[in-house]
Design a protein around this ligand. Structure first.
Ligand code: WTA
Length: 637
């Protein structure tokens, strides 16, 4: 077995030893783990960092190619092990499997296509694809030749796609004719065509034929995937990468309108995602692991592609949705592939829990060893349902806290090894020095307390910068509390040191597990010709976690109507994507503002949540009368 597994933590005492070692001698700790991987050239310096710049560099001077560690290394010892079980949207379609050897061949072949196209190390490649094996192949093919992939979730609109392509100046786009999602077909190519009218950097689109839908075609700029790889060799030398060379860019929402292109590096990211995957999920070779995320998000990058493959794991990738053809699809898939580790999001759990438990009766869950949750705070009801109906009160649940920016899981129990606690992420992983601070940045030293979560020391997979905007990286993550990384989340800690993440402390709202900055949504609404100004806030929703409400001021001569509200919602869908569509839009004559002109979002949140008695003192507002108007409008609805 691969020496990485010597670092698998299998008892509480192992955990304590690892945790202590990672604090006392972090460089020794991480270099011993890094040494279990294949490096083209060993590193000279384990860690160099200065968070006042801010800069974090791991394994400096080391060279590697992550795909060698994810593919070739396993092919050398067990070429026929299954890397991917791919389950199509429609259970009647043909499922596919890829052994490690088959995946390597496909990756190399596509990488040769990219090279023929002139793509080289450092070039950015945008990937906008459904959840098909070719998405994984495209990602790894980029990494094989050192191209920086920028995967954009295939639910984003054409303008959101164009903004991301232009920000990274991508040279090539990889997409598909369409996507199957439940009983829907999404015309990806049409969305791409529209986006590309505004993306001069893209020279070519490679299009995988998935839905066989009619598409607009231009022989100069479009090439079918099957033609692109036709006759190409399945050997492709991996490009040597510096440990600190960028591996990918992945966009996340922030508190301003522009998405943040988080840049992850090759070396540290590989080491941390593999180590955390193996330990949190207690993965043992031979197990079948399934994460229900989409590769368009960080969970898909770290815990569907790189982490599991670096560990030689066998994973299930699913194209579809939990409700299609019926709400038992997840459990069907768990049974079909004998899934041992199952990783999903609270929003999916809540949606599943809405259906009578009859639908899960008869499914065999006995093979499940670890259940995981990610993406937002898990509520007690969702935890209880997951623990009882899926875990049968014996399978441990890991609540994993992390972010696009952290690259890997920072706080979680280790499935069945360290003690779990309902609705708590519990303890930081070895090497993660978490701390709570108050609003002034003073550390909360008592064990139990509540405050703002920070991390005080680098871990290998922290995003190194925001693409093209290092100043913003500094401002967002390292300026609130100098010397500490600020993730933007609040947390509480119990008397045993377990953390529970309580939610965002900034203007990001998590809706159905998707991070949405309210600023870009407001910008979209403000672009509507009838709108003067708007404010978007999140309020509690029993399935989505949060829902979005938009308060909009329109021009004097415009009256509120259902058509107007629908067209405002549609504007958001067009500009960002359906995931960002506000659930409710209320036309108002004003927004509650402070005397200095700042919108009081706290009041808007309380109003949307129906907490009229918890508004606090509104007499200091510039315009308290609008609060009464909003209350009246909401009561009437
Ligand atoms: C939230 C997803 C509570 C948090 C991996 C974080 C969570 C944001 C949890 C990042 C959790 C993620 N408990 N909140 N277990 N996991 N979050 O970048 O607010 O899509 O900052 O990464 O999701 O979302 P992102």
């Amino acid at each position: 077995m691969n020496a990485l597994y010597d670092h698998k933590i299998t008892s509480v005492s192992d955990f304590e030893i690892a945790r202590k070692k990672a604090i006392d001698s972090p460089e020794v700790f991480w270099s011993e783990i890094a040494e279990t991987f294949e490096w083209i050239k060993p590193w000279d310096t384990v860690l160099q960092y200065d968070w006042s710049i801010p800069k974090t560099e791991w394994f400096l001077g080391g060279q590697l190619n992550i795909t060698v560690n994810c593919l070739d290394r396993h092919v050398a010892t067990h070429p026929d092990r299954i890397a991917l079980y791919w389950e199509p949207n429609n259970p009647d379609d043909i499922a596919k499997t890829y052994t490690y050897k088959e995946l390597l061949d496909a990756v190399n072949q596509f990488a040769n296509g990219l090279k023929n196209q002139g793509i080289k190390k450092g070039d950015r490649v945008c990937i906008y694809m459904p959840m098909i094996p070719e998405l994984t192949i495209a990602v790894l093919a980029c990494a094989r030749i050192g191209a920086v992939h920028s995967v954009v979730f295939a639910g984003f609109s054409s303008s959101a796609l164009a903004a991301r392509i232009n920000d990274a100046q991508c040279a090539l786009l990889i997409t598909a004719d369409g996507a199957f999602r439940g009983d829907k077909i999404i015309d990806l190519k049409a969305i791409v065509d529209e986006a590309l009218t505004d993306c001069p950097s893209i020279k070519k689109s490679v299009v995988f034929q998935r839905t066989f839908s009619e598409v607009r075609w231009d022989n100069r700029s479009d090439v079918w995937w099957h033609d692109f790889v036709e006759g190409l060799s399945t050997n492709c030398q991996p490009t040597p990468m510096e440990a600190e060379d960028p591996l990918f860019i992945l966009y996340t929402s922030g508190s301003t309108g522009k998405p943040k292109g988080m840049v992850h590096s090759c070396g540290g990211y590989m080491v941390y995602t593999a180590y955390s995957f193996m330990n949190v999920f207690q993965y043992t070779p031979g197990d079948v692991y399934w994460c229900t995320a989409d590769i368009g998000w960080i969970t898909g990058h770290s815990y569907m592609v790189y982490g599991p493959l670096a560990c030689g794991a066998t994973s299930v990738h699913f194209e579809g949705v939990p409700s299609y053809p019926k709400w038992d699809r997840f459990w069907q898939i768990c049974e079909k592939y004998k899934v041992n580790q199952f990783y999903t999001a609270p929003t999916a759990i809540r949606a599943l829990a809405k259906h009578p438990t009859k639908i899960i009766e008869g499914y065999d869950f006995s093979q499940l060893k670890v259940l995981g949750s990610v993406g937002e705070p898990i509520n007690q009801e969702a935890w209880d349902w997951y623990a009882t109906h899926i875990g049968k009160n014996k399978t441990p649940i890991v609540d994993t806290w992390w972010q696009t920016e952290t690259g890997g899981i920072l706080i979680s129990s280790l499935g069945g090894v360290t003690p779990g606690k309902a609705i708590f992420a519990t303890t930081p992983l070895p090497g993660v020095q978490a701390a709570l601070v108050d609003e002034k940045g003073n550390p909360i030293i008592e064990t139990a307390g509540e405050g703002i979560l920070t991390v005080n020391y680098p871990w290998p997979s922290i995003a190194r910068t925001i693409y093209g905007d290092h100043q913003r990286y500094k401002e967002v993550y390292f300026s609130a509390f100098p010397g500490r990384y600020f993730p933007g989340d609040g947390a509480l800690r119990d008397s045993e040191g377990n953390y529970r993440i309580t939610g965002r402390v900034d203007d990001v709202v998590i809706v159905s597990g998707h991070n949405l900055g309210t600023a870009p949504i407001e910008n979209a609404i403000n672009a509507h010709p009838d709108v003067v100004e708007s404010a978007v806030i999140g309020y509690p929703h029993d399935v989505k976690g949060n829902a979005l409400m938009a308060y909009a001021i329109v021009y004097d001569n415009i009256a509120s109507s259902d058509e107007l509200i629908q067209s405002i919602r549609q504007t958001v869908s067009d500009q960002i994507g359906p995931i960002a569509k506000p659930d409710r839009v209320l036309i108002v004559s004003g927004l509650p503002k402070t005397r200095s002109g700042k919108i009081m979002r706290r009041i808007l949140r309380k109003l949307a949540a129906g907490e009229f008695d918890a508004l606090g003192d509104i007499s200091t507002l510039l315009n308290p009368e609008v609060v009464e108007e909003i209350k009246a409008a909401l009561t009437k609805k």
